[in-house]
Design a protein around this ligand. Structure first.
Ligand code: PMT
Length: 401
């Protein structure tokens, strides 16, 4: 594990957990990170700037209006300097100000002015954490791509027990290491499918589904960040190619997706099938627009589509196969059945509905493989994709060496 020369801006807001952030600075620096600390006014009531200055070896910034500090490194320069912004502890007040785009102190201003990914480690009383206002602000931030680290549950400084404890410094450090990509897939070729398929009925109509492609695109991006050479086979979606993805092949129907995936998978080590592939297509495609027959039902005959995963599973030399299963009920039973029936190495099951699965920004996955299971609880598709990629890499190394 290394954070050598990584530039981490640590934001500290007001909360008793601020004392743990002193330890965090040391642990980040142990791995070679450069750490600069920005404190809110509230934070200074818990820990002194001198402590952070001694531990980080850098001046600590607290105010937008400090002419001397601005002359040394202005707030815009500081925002550009940061490769990651980690806010630990993130208080309810700070979370609210970030959610609403405030720039009323140095830390919130730097967050607005920086392109660096922001990681929040909330810390507050369990009742505050559960409050709908806090949860709404968290949802807003997550949808904007802010990464949430914790909170954990347990005993709290105020005597309560529940969710709202800041993660431990070592857990936060691990998250920072993971955020820079652990290159767990370095040297491997990965194919990812994403989005829906469209099966034409006539020149103006088709059978499709609600997949937006967000889950698959997040997986492709996470795999690229983990060092893989990624080919993304995308159904009809309106998403731009994630950074780092080597090749993108756009397709429309299940048959086109099968051809593109089989072609790319011939060289691949891993295939991750996040696409929602149509099981059926119209048996005949009309080459003219079908006309409405008033009062008479229209009957469409459907033929079964090729199963892409099963096609690959039947090959003697085949990539490590990861399927997805989106189900409305009996998720585990259907997922385990697909794992076995399609001859997969792993399956990622998601329950659809309730703001999860298709189209949504968030998801929750349970991973099943022959002799194991792992729950990835509700998070943004970006965060889940990183967790999924880490697990796929671990299983791949176990099975394929
Ligand atoms: O795109 P989003 O809006 O972000 O939504 C994400 C998602 C819900 C679509 C995604 O997380 C997901 O679950 N994808 C799989 C959807 C699904 O229901 O798959 P399935 O149960 O029809 O198929 C199971 C597996 O077999 C899938 O990996 C699928 O890619 C694969 N399959 C299916 C049919 C087929 N003909 N060939 C296949 O390879």
């Amino acid at each position: 594990m290394s954070l050598a020369q990584r530039r981490i801006l640590l934001g500290v807001s007001g909360g008793i957990a601020a004392y743990k952030s002193c330890e965090l600075v040391r642990r980040l620096r142990d791995l070679g990170a450069e750490v600069r600390v920005v404190m809110t006014e509230g934070a200074t009531h818990f820990v002194s700037a001198t402590t952070f200055q001694a531990l980080s070896g850098q001046p600590v910034r607290m105010s937008l209006w400090d002419a001397e500090a601005e002359a040394a490194m202005g707030h815009i320069e500081l925002a550009r300097w940061a490769e990651r912004i980690l806010i630990a502890p993130a208080s309810a007040d700070l979370i609210a100000r970030l959610a609403h785009g405030f720039a009323n102190d140095l830390l919130t201003t730097v967050c607005l002015a920086s392109a660096a990914p922001v990681y929040l480690a909330p810390a507050m009383n369990q009742q505050m954490w559960a409050h709908p206002a806090v949860q709404a602000n968290i949802d807003t931030l997550r949808q904007r791509g802010v990464h949430l680290l914790g909170p954990a549950s347990g005993d709290q400084a105020c005597g309560d027990i529940g969710s709202g404890r800041m993660l431990e410094p070592m857990e936060l450090r691990e998250a920072m290491v993971a955020s820079f990509g652990n290159l767990v897939l370095r040297g491997l070729k990965v194919v990812v499918s994403a989005g829906p398929t469209y099966e034409d009925i006539d020149p103006v109509r088709f059978i499709g589904n609600r997949s937006s492609g967000r889950m698959g695109f997040a997986v492709a991006e996470a795999a690229a960040q983990a060092g893989a050479e990624v080919t993304l086979v995308a159904g009809p979606v309106s998403l731009s190619t994630p950074p780092g993805v080597r090749r993108r092949v756009d397709v429309r129907s299940a048959a086109q997706m099968r051809d593109a995936v089989v072609d790319a998978a011939a060289q691949a080590d891993i295939y991750i099938a996040a696409a929602a592939v149509g099981d059926y297509r119209p048996a005949e495609v009309a080459d003219y627009k079908l006309k409405k027959q008033a009062g008479a039902p229209l009957e469409l005959r459907l033929s079964e589509n090729p199963d892409i995963l099963a096609t690959l599973a039947a090959q003697t030399v085949r990539p490590f196969l990861v399927g997805f299963a989106a189900e409305t009920h009996d998720v585990e039973r259907y997922a385990r059945d697909k794992l076995q029936r399609k001859g997969l190495d792993m399956i990622a099951a998601n329950q659809v509905g309730g703001g999860l699965g298709f189209e949504a920004a968030d998801n929750a996955l349970t991973l099943y493989w022959a002799d194991g299971v792992a729950d990835l609880s509700r998070a943004s598709k970006t965060d889940l994709a990183h967790q999924l990629v880490a697990k796929v890499a671990e299983r791949y190394r176990t099975v394929r060496g």
